[in-house]
Design a protein around this ligand. Sequence first.
Ligand SMILES: [Mg+2]
Length: 118
Amino acid sequence: MMQQNGLGKLAEEAGEMLQIAGKLVQYPELQTIRNVAHPDGTLLHERLEEEMGDTVAAINFVIAKMNLDTAVINARASRKLRQFKEWDEPVDKKVKAPDPEPDSNPMHRWGLGRGDKE
Ligand SMILES: [Mg+2]
């Protein structure tokens, strides 16, 4: 049985995801090359996808167990994604991003916030 509403599993999976992110920061050439193995012999894109999937599953589990408000989470995710995109723009092209369409919500893309509290 999952303990502590899945919070330990969430921390574990997020930590595994962070480990892969750290490897990609250490080897920046592998950020853009999908099929070249890290010195540990693994393909980091595949591992990052797997650990992101594990983390999303853990997030969804904790949301359900703790009855968290997916509308709040989704709204926050949309604002944060908009901010990241603004930060990612070249300095000479800074413009205010339009408000996202309802279906552009990144949490929906990950299977969050569908069919429960919305
Ligand atoms: Mg994992």
